[in-house]
Design a protein around this ligand. Structure first.
Ligand SMILES: C[S@@+](CC[C@H](N)C(=O)[O-])C[C@H]1O[C@@H](n2cnc3c(N)ncnc32)[C@H](O)[C@@H]1O
Length: 647
């Protein structure tokens, strides 16, 4: 049985109810798949013997009611004081399974939790405890992500344990295409070849450096690139106009109006309207100043270049010193500054120019306010810094062209080309090691499937042939109102941010603008083909994204994510459409896991961070069930790798 997928917790953020809830889902799923008709479930709090169907139904129905009681009972019966960590172990006694698997004992330890200390209401997506796998022969809680798009060499999945027939009509998959051209089982020779390819594989891009000052600069660039405030110079005049018209918007007079409204009893509406107006103005001002700042530093960097060119020209007829002095004089007279003033400015501007030279103008344009300090004090101004920025330039440009497509208009002010280099979706591009141009995603699968394509979707789509119009993830009972409140924090869930009280996964649910998380697809250096990498850190418990794809059923022979509600078992297939979660590789020491979460009566599967640092590859544990029958080696590279040494 695989439980790794369910979870590994951040020890500092404890949430026992959530852990128990997830555990219960695991247990329910286990029971659902179990061939036995009668079984005993032993919790530390008691022992229940029920028919399987009834057990599943009763556990599912009462999970959220019972968990606090179960937990309190455990705490009380063991006299655990708040703050003291403890371990909760669960056993399953399943006679039929015992005889089927040849277990001597009928009682199988399923999982244990290390539970922290807080009994406070659940926090945003936070978790507690760890679920340890104790039995590898049981059915999975959830299966690993798709494998239908296979990668090259050693990482090519060995699928000969799976029948490649599908019960449902589906387009020809990359795996099938690859099956035709590559033998499913690797020979010794081909394995060696793979290894040598692996050794000479290009170096991976690092999305940050190990230098504090430089990291701050890089973080600022990523934050600006992924910000939902767009850098659009063509809207500059509109921004300015809005600010100039702020009187019409009653920005300044607003507070007086509010006071009047408050006394007339219309305070909520009045306060909200004032706040909206202030928000609008503040947003416009920050957009305007960001654009001005971007233009300012870019022009200053370009000015230094022109200054140097002018010195060069004058050096043809004068000594370099004289040529420089003459150029300084020309500039001072045009600016109306003293030489000292100009020298001071130039020192910083030269820093900008250095950055533009190695990291491209994109770095300057999106660098945050730390840029000035970085250049003034010449923090980390060394070859390593410039090499790091040079290595990031392509990754920055892909993000800028796809997320902030108007950024190149700033280059127009510098007399440079404004032509976009990378079009389409951010994840249509794969970033490769230093010195290599990013390549279109599709090309990285062409060796297996010439017709490969991938549609980026924001939400799962229902396979009509499989489910008609019914969403199989629905957990809503007809007439049940509790579906609209969060079963973790019990707050009201609403897509209208002003009505929503549930903040469990705020980056995904409950507010208006869904935006891409700061992740990019990068070619791994370990031979796993592509992987998903974090540009910015994700705190433990924070959602990276939802696992979305086609909601279907009946697929065999291809990897799918399994979902299970009380009423339906469904699959999410990311073969031809989905999102970036499709590129998450396996690691035996993962930094993320998938969790079930109900949003407004619909089950969602969320990729949740266990604490991901900027530039880390985002990985999950695909589970023993995934690897069990594969003859493939794991390339996660962890010292605790479980599947490294395989025949
Ligand atoms: C969901 S995809 C992940 C993205 C994939 N690397 C790609 O380029 O499309 C799963 C596939 O990635 C590869 N993979 C993922 N993790 C791996 C690992 N630890 N070792 C070897 N191959 C891995 C396997 O080929 C697997 O079939």
């Amino acid at each position: 049985m695989s439980l790794q997928y369910a979870y590994l917790p951040p020890p500092s953020q404890c949430n026992p109810l959530r852990t128990l809830h997830i555990f219960s889902l695991v247990l329910v799923n286990f029971l659902h798949h179990c061939p036995s008709t009668d079984m005993t479930v032993e919790w530390e709090t008691g022992c229940h013997t029920l028919g399987r169907q009834r057990l599943v139904a009763s556990m599912t129905a009462s999970i959220s009611d019972r968990l606090p009681t179960v937990l309190s009972a455990v705490l009380q019966s063991h006299q655990i004081t708040p703050g003291e960590p403890f371990r909760l172990q669960c056993q399953l006694s399943i006679d039929a399974l015992a005889s089927a698997t040849g277990h001597k004992t009928a009682s199988i330890p399923v999982a244990s939790f290390d539970i922290g200390h807080q009994l406070s209401p659940p926090l945003q997506g936070s978790q507690v405890g760890s679920i340890h796998q104790t039995n590898a022969s049981s059915p999975p809680f959830s299966e690993p992500p798709v494998e239908q798009l296979i990668d090259k060499g050693a990482s090519r999945p060995n699928t000969d344990h799976l029948p490649l027939t599908k019960t449902r009509k589906r387009g020809r998959s990359a795996i099938e295409a690859a099956e035709e051209s590559t033998p499913a089982r690797q020979t010794k020779k081909s394995r060696q070849q793979t290894l040598s390819t692996h050794n000479t594989a290009p170096q991976e891009v690092s999305l940050k450096s190990n230098d504090g000052a430089l990291d701050k600069l890089i973080t600022g660039v990523w934050q600006a690139l992924f910000s939902d405030t767009k850098l659009d110079p063509s809207e500059f005049s509109i921004y300015v106009q809005t600010i100039a018209n702020s009187e019409e918007l009653k920005l300044l007079a607003g507070s007086e109006i509010e006071e009047a409204d408050i006394t007339t009893g219309d305070s909520t509406v009045a306060a909200r309207s004032l706040f909206s107006r202030v928000n609008l103005i503040a947003r416009r001002v920050s957009q305007t100043s960001r654009f001005c700042r971007a233009l300012e530093v870019s022009v200053q960097a370009r000015w230094v270049q022109c200054f140097d060119d002018r010195v060069q020209v004058l050096s043809r007829s004068h000594t370099p010193e004289v040529a420089k002095k003459m150029t300084m004089g020309e500039a001072c007279s045009d600016f109306g500054w003293s030489e000292k003033e100009l020298r001071n400015k130039m020192c910083i501007w030269r820093g900008y120019q250095h950055i533009a030279k190695c990291g491209g103008y994109v770095t300057l344009i999106f660098a945050g306010p730390g840029l000035y300090r970085f250049c003034k004090y010449r923090l980390s101004f060394d070859d390593k810094t410039f090499a790091a920025l040079h290595g990031l330039r392509a990754a920055f440009e892909v993000a800028a062209d796809t997320l902030q497509p108007c950024w190149r208009r700033v280059l127009g002010f510098l007399g440079m080309s404004q032509e976009r280099k990378y079009t389409g979706h951010l994840h249509d591009w794969v970033i490769r090691g230093p010195g290599n141009e990013p390549v279109p995603l599709a090309t990285t699968y062409h060796q297996w499937d010439r017709n490969f394509s991938y549609r980026h979707i924001e939400g799962s789509v229902i396979d009509q042939d499989a489910w008609g119009d019914h969403d199989p993830r629905s957990t809503c009972r007809p007439g049940a109102s509790e579906a609209l409140s969060c079963e973790v924090c019990h707050a009201r869930q609403s897509d209208d941010s002003t009505q929503n009280g549930c903040r469990c996964f705020p980056a995904l649910y409950g507010h208006s603008h869904a935006r891409l998380p700061p992740v990019q697809i990068i070619q791994t250096s370990s031979g796993k083909n592509n992987g998903l990498f974090a540009c910015l850190p994700f705190e433990a418990g924070e959602a990276v994204g939802e696992f979305v794809g086609e909601l279907t059923t009946g697929i065999t022979g291809l990897d799918v994510m399994f979902g299970q509600t009380e009423d339906a078992s469904y699959q999410i297939w990311q073969g031809r459409s989905g999102n970036y979660t499709r590129f998450v590789n396996h690691s035996c020491k993962p930094n993320a896991q998938y969790e079930h979460f109900n949003w407004r009566g619909t089950q969602r599967i969320v990729l949740v961070s266990q604490g991901i640092k900027a530039s880390d590859e985002i990985t999950v544990d695909y589970s023993d069930v995934y690897w069990k029958d594969l003859r493939k080696k794991c390339l996660c590279g962890q010292t605790e790798c479980r599947y490294r040494d395989r025949a």
